[in-house]
Design a protein around this ligand. Structure first.
Ligand SMILES: Nc1nc2c(c(=O)[nH]1)N[C@H]1C(S)=C(S)[C@@H](COP(=O)(O)OP(=O)(O)OC[C@H]3O[C@@H](n4cnc5c(=O)[nH]c(N)nc54)[C@H](O)[C@@H]3O)O[C@H]1N2
Ligand SMILES: Nc1nc2c(c(=O)[nH]1)N[C@H]1C(S)=C(S)[C@@H](COP(=O)(O)OP(=O)(O)OC[C@H]3O[C@@H](n4cnc5c(=O)[nH]c(N)nc54)[C@H](O)[C@@H]3O)O[C@H]1N2
Ligand code: SF4
Ligand SMILES: [Mo]
Length: 846
């Protein structure tokens, strides 16, 4: 049996690799090129996908003389159909900042941490030996003191191998991605409501709907391609409506027919009032509720995870004991949420809430809810996700074209890597979780590990906030980060960087893989220069479940290397002399595609990616796995719903949305999960079973087994973690603006983007400015009970906060807003609330 599994994985990998070598894969795509051709100066076009936001726009990359010379929209990409935003247009320039890291760097003197100097050039061998020695020493001494911080920007196979190394190689769950700061509340929401982490709809919903409701999503700045589709839909049909439910006026409000500006954190009261209105006025969908929904309620007063000690619970457990209730009991729990009560809490006029409730009641029109960080980065983020689903499930608006609830994804592969591959401290690939013994058995089968081997990682490791809190206390000895810039993006930086005491950061050995110098590299003991974007091949999974490949177009500059190569080289050193199942541990895990002796991959980037993909794919295609029988029916059903196609299909098709199922030799993507209809038209296969071959989109079938229904969960409004006081009278909201990507490390090196938005400003309401005696251009000090930063005031910025609220973006390292932002998080998802810190503002004289 052991042999069967092993040889199975190896033989598929080899078959794919040889197909690639024979040119079959490259031949699939009219545009497919190879990096070596580009490097030799012939000029080639490759197919790619933008490395910035979760829209996942397709791009065509043109390289000449070893350099990317142009990037244009890819009309054949089904997510974007040729559209790009300004960050997409300037993708090529993001590769060519003057200070690209091209040589490994080592810090000999800890006293230089936190400064731009103190790093010296080193050879790869010296840097890798040092990192591996520190990791191995920590691992042997105390596994709880090592950590990996990953990212929703880490391409799929890289994330897969990192998870495999950390979980199977090191038997450690101390690995978590920046997606914890981003999608965690959405994920726990999906799991609680649908028992599976998967967006039901797709971007075509935007082209189909009659009414948009944005619930704390600034799509104009943060999902520009989708916002273009939203405005196009509005322009195409004057009856289409947009309600912007937001805490401040943003560019997204420009297309809104009505803006509902609510007091921060009161969104749950508004959503509950809508649900209550629908029930009290008998305007919910009786048939849908009877056929598809179950009702629940959860633990209340779950506190705020501000301090340590609280978060000893495992993910989602202990603090959230949900129990079934009747519809009547659910209605009774909702009853206090009258329009008036919600209006009182939120400041939104009762008639506006009623108008929005009527929108959901009107079954002649389709309604699409969209949300992002306003909902997820919330001290009750998981609950607010529930409250939106509650409205949609009560009105039978879920998973139908144009009629659904769409949790938008921020990063290019937060879905594809962090979620699908499972680089979280509590997860395994393909929706599996470490605490479930069946899931561990299944993973052991795919990874060819002895039975029970993964029982050592039964307990989730440190989630992101916990990881950095432990770092601040000197409890982390080794930290490796890649594809993120934690010294700018983490909340409450003051906790570990800003108190003039770097004890924890100095105690730890920190390895940062980066493409540019950042604040994080200033705290690193070793900096590993990485190949960026199309300097190697990779794949991303975007917000509509679309997996898409970006081909290698050029070589990396200097000695910069593929992150995957760094991982192999470090893993090989750390696992030296270790064994798994009687075989050399490194070879056992990675030998199929990496030759430890020659320090080289066994094939081109394409072949390696295809081969790793093929192993990963066995997780979700149980029929490919001889050991499928080892898992229980529930897990199997879950996997089938996540099926993936062979690697070359993604290149050939410019991306495919999962589940991708083989029907008569064709690999068919799914646009609408759970929606009955023909698979060839993009609807879920279950529809075919329920309605026969002629079935058209009409109803939904959530699960094959009838007892598994989505949950409508009663969640009460509870106040934000802190509220304005005399000492800290303003709400401080943070977020993004169009031109810059997160911490600005890439986009600020693009002159055009930098000129368009050169400075992070504090957007303020003119009335507040007048009261404080400040005007545009004045410098102010923003202080919370966590920390402080200085920033320039503007009343003409992109956002228009109401009186009592201020907003700033976090792209500027010289204006480190995260020194101020709280690291309080949603107790269920452990996602911090970046939107509602309370601050004081005072003018800096001079
Ligand atoms: N240009 C650009 N685009 C990006 C990114 C980038 O860095 N730059 N990053 C990407 C990533 S990773 C992400 S996660 C997304 C984020 O995308 P968004 O979430 O759309 O953007 P933010 O600026 O983080 O959040 C601003 C929104 O938060 C809402 N908000 C504030 N407080 C509350 C509240 O209490 N409740 C509710 N319901 N809403 C509230 C505001 O109404 C506002 O609409 O953007 C992605 N796109
Ligand atoms: N105040 C505030 N803070 C926030 C948020 C907020 O709304 N407000 N939002 C949070 C959210 S939602 C998110 S997603 C996070 C994002 O936070 P981070 O992910 O930490 O920020 P990025 O700037 O995206 O960092 C990615 C880094 O990867 C580097 N890089 C690019 N390509 C490669 C590569 O191929 N290999 C390697 N090794 N490195 C590469 C880039 O240079 C960049 O510095 O920020 C969070 N922080
Ligand atoms: S940043 Fe987002 S919207 Fe802009 S091109 Fe890239 S994927 Fe598309
Ligand atoms: Mo994000």
């Amino acid at each position: 049996m052991e042999l069967t599994r092993r040889s199975f994985v190896k033989s598929t990998a080899v078959a794919l690799a040889s197909a690639a070598a024979a040119g079959t894969l490259a031949g699939c795509s009219s545009l497919a090129g190879t990096g070596s051709a580009a490097a030799s100066g012939e000029g080639v076009k490759t197919v790619g996908v933008c490395r910035f936001c979760g829209c996942g726009c397709g791009v065509i990359v043109e390289a000449k003389d070893g350099k990317v010379v142009s990037v244009t929209g890819d009309p054949e990409n089904g997510s974007s159909r040729g559209l790009n935003c300004v960050k997409g247009y300037y993708l090529a320039r993001a590769l060519y900042g003057e200070d690209r890291l091209t040589v490994p760097l080592i810090r000999d003197d800890k006293a230089t941490k936190g400064t731009a100097s103190g790093l010296r050039e080193a050879t790869w061998d010296e840097a890798l030996d040092l990192v591996a020695t520190k990791l191995r020493d920590t691992w042997k001494a105390d596994k709880s003191r090592l950590a990996f911080w990953g990212s929703g920007q880490q391409p799929i196979v890289e994330g897969y191998c990192t998870a495999k190394f950390w979980k199977a190689g090191l038997l450690s769950n101390n690995i978590d991605p920046n997606a914890r700061l981003c999608m965690a509340s959405a994920v726990v929401g999906f799991m609680n409501v649908f028992q599976t982490d998967e967006p039901a709809g797709c971007y075509a919903d935007i082209d189909e709907t009659d009414v948009f409701v944005t619930w704390g999503a600034n799509m104009a700045e943060a999902h520009p391609m989708l916002y273009s589709r939203l405005t196009a839909r509005k322009l195409a049909d004057s009856a289409v409506r947009h309600y912007d439910v937001t805490t401040m006026t943003t560019r997204t409000s420009a297309s809104a027919d009505k803006v509902l500006t609510f007091r921060p954190g009161s969104d749950i009261a508004i959503a509950n009032a809508i649900a209550n209105y629908l029930i009290v006025n008998d305007k919910y969908d009786h048939a849908f509720v009877a056929d598809h929904v179950q009702f629940k309620q959860g633990t209340e007063n779950i506190g705020n995870a501000t301090d340590d000690g609280y978060d000893k619970s495992e993910i989602g457990q202990a603090v959230d004991n949900v129990e079934p209730i009747t519809f009547e009991a659910f209605a009774a729990r909702l009853a206090p949420y009258t329009l008036e009560y919600a209006s009182e809490l939120s400041g939104v006029p009762a008639e506006d809430i009623q108008e929005l409730a009527e929108v959901f009641a009107d079954k002649s029109r389709r309604v699409l809810s969209l949300w992002t960080m306003g909902v997820n980065q919330h001290n009750r983020g998981t609950w607010m996700n529930h409250c939106i689903y509650n409205i949609h499930l009560l009105t039978g608006r879920y998973a139908l074209p144009g009629d659904g609830a769409f949790s938008l994804t921020g990063q290019p592969t937060a879905c594809g890597t962090a979620r699908e591959v499972g680089t979280f401290s509590h997860r395994l690939p393909a929706d599996l979780v470490v605490k479930n013994p069946d899931h561990r058995r299944y993973t052991e089968a795919v990874w060819d590990l002895p039975n029970g081997y993964l029982d050592a990682i039964e307990k989730p490791g440190y989630h992101t906030v916990k990881m950095f809190r432990e770092l601040s206390k000197g409890n982390i000895d080794f930290l490796w980060s890649a594809h993120n810039n934690w010294a700018v993006s983490m909340p409450n930086l003051t906790r570990f960087l800003g108190k003039g005491d770097l004890t924890g950061v100095n105690d730890a050995f920190i390895c940062v893989a980066e493409v540019y110098p950042t604040l994080s590299t200033q705290y690193a003991d070793v900096v590993l220069p990485a190949a960026m974007w199309v300097e190697r091949e990779g794949a991303f999974g975007n917000g509509e479940r679309r997996t898409a490949v970006f081909e290698k177009a050029v070589d990396a500059p200097g000695e910069a290397k593929w992150d995957l190569w760094m991982l192999m080289e470090i893993a090989k050193r750390v696992l030296d002399g270790e064994q798994i199942g009687g075989e050399d541990a490194f070879d056992h895990l990675f030998g199929a595609w990496y030759d430890a002796e020659t320090a080289a991959f066994k094939g081109t980037d394409r072949e390696v990616c295809a081969s790793i993909w093929e192993e990963y794919r066995t997780f979700s295609n149980p029929d490919l796995n001889p050991d499928a029988a080892a898992i229980n029916a529930e897990a199997k059903l879950k996997m089938e719903a996540k099926q993936l196609a062979p690697y070359e299909e993604y290149i050939h098709n410019h991306g495919l949305t999962w589940p991708v199922r083989e029907v008569d030799g064709q690999w068919l993507p799914t646009l609408w999960r759970f929606c009955d209809g023909k698979q060839e038209d993009g609807f879920d296969q279950y529809g075919i079973e329920a309605y026969g071959e002629s079935g058209l989109a009409g109803g939904v079938s959530f699960y094959k087994s009838a007892d598994k229904r989505p949950s409508v969960v009663f969640r009460p409004w509870e106040p934000p973690a802190e509220e304005p006081s005399e000492e800290y009278p303003f709400w401080f909201c943070t977020g993004r603006l169009l031109e810059h990507w997160h911490t600005g490390s890439m986009t600020r090196r693009v002159p055009e983007l930098d000129r368009a938005l050169p400075e992070a400003l504090l957007d303020m309401n003119p009335a507040d400015c007048e009261r404080l005696g400040v005007t545009d251009g004045d410098r102010v000090r923003v202080t919370s009970r966590f920390g402080t930063c200085d920033i320039t005031v503007s009343t003409a910025g992109r956002t228009r906060p109401p009186a009592g609220m201020v907003f700033a973006p976090f792209f500027a390292e010289e204006t480190l807003v995260n020194l101020v932002v709280q690291d309080t998080y949603c107790p269920l998802s452990k996602e911090p609330d970046f939107k509602k810190t309370c601050v004081s503002i005072e003018k800096i004289e001079g």
